[in-house]
Design a protein around this ligand. Structure first.
Ligand code: CAA
Length: 293
């Protein structure tokens, strides 16, 4: 098949073992999708066993839903669930060919994760970040092998959102880029290659909408009214519904990064706490069936 423009012609790295750092929602979704599509062992980790167990339970539940939908047999679901294992110890990444971090959206935390990983993995292991808005270049800056670092940004929910942004830095080597494209194809995602600019392409646009709707809320617009007014314009999810799904603290962090890079057009609401407490997150949060609670 013809490769999209900008994809290096080098051979992608063969990925036989995947590491996902973190066990939160994005990390668990990533581990699930890697196991489902690559059928290779995937390891996840987090700072305590409770978080790891929550991630593993999410993966088991998602596979169980596929059984209920008649898409997997119980045996297939069990073997997929069994492909993902969890730990609180990063040494589990030692044999991974490709590790993607999906920890808290905070540059210091992410740099620390990469520094620790570099002590454990081989010099060729690709280190990817699922960051939405932080500098991939900065994340790689203090590493011995910054050329193996790449942005690989998925959208929530990973199982259904088709796009993945592959962000190269000025130092990223050809093999990680070719590998990311190859993985995206195996994961049945549509990859786009971007430069390492704050929030790449999609979130520059999406977060502008989210920021503006928070500004409207701060100016007195009722959240439900805004959602009901905007949804018929063709959005798959109305703005507050989307904010609730992404999580307001995460959205706030991403908007702050955008504000730092691009200025006031990315409005950071001083009222996020009141939004969290406002019934919007309850009224509009959805489960996977789309049912409102
Ligand atoms: N988790 C997992 N799977 C989910 C889900 C969830 N939260 N919500 C829906 N699904 C699945 C359903 O199980 C269903 O799967 P199957 O077709 O395999 O059975 C499929 O999605 C479609 O579900 P529905 O028909 O019930 O719902 P829908 O047609 O309304 O689609 C949606 C749901 C795809 C989530 C859609 O509402 C949508 O596209 N919303 C916008 C999502 C978005 O913008 N995400 C980006 C957020 S920003 C981000 O990711 C973080 C960041 O960078 C800051």
């Amino acid at each position: 098949a013809k490769k999209p423009a900008g994809v290096p012609q080098v051979r992608p790295r063969s990925v036989r073992r995947v590491g996902v750092v973190g066990a939160g929602l994005m990390a668990s979704q990533l581990a699930l999708v890697f196991a489902q599509q690559l059928r290779v062992p995937v390891v996840i980790s987090d700072i305590d066993q409770e978080r790891v167990d929550r991630g593993l339970s999410y993966i088991a539940e998602q596979n169980a839903k596929q059984v209920k939908k008649g898409r997997l047999t119980q045996d297939q679901a069990d073997s997929l669930t069994g492909l993902v294992t969890g730990s609180t110890d990063k040494s589990v990444y030692a044999d991974a060919d490709f590790v993607i971090e999906a920890v808290f959206e905070e540059i210091g935390v992410k740099k620390q994760v990469f520094a620790e990983l570099e002590e454990i993995v081989s010099p060729e292991t690709i280190l990817a970040t699922n960051t939405s808005s932080l500098s991939v270049t900065e994340m790689a800056a203090d590493l011995k092998h910054p050329e193996r670092v790449i942005g690989f940004h998925f959208f929530n929910p990973v199982q259904v959102m088709p796009l993945v942004e592959i962000a190269r830095t000025s130092q990223t080597a050809e093999e990680p880029i070719a590998t990311a494209f190859d993985l995206a194809a195996t994961l049945r995602k549509t990859p786009v290659l971007t430069k390492d600019t704050t929030a790449f392409v999609v979130n520059r646009l999406l977060l502008r909408l989210m920021a503006e709707v928070q500004k409207a809320f701060d100016h007195g617009t009722d959240a439900r009214t805004a959602d009901e007014a905007l949804k018929p314009l063709g959005l798959p999810m109305s703005p507050f519904e989307l904010l609730a799904m992404v999580g307001l603290p995460v959205a706030q962090h991403v908007t702050e990064s955008l504000n730092n890079s691009y200025g006031d057009r990315f409005y950071v609401s001083p009222n996020v706490q009141s939004l969290i407490e406002h019934d919007v997150t309850e009224v509009w949060s959805t489960d996977e069936s789309g049912a409102k609670h």
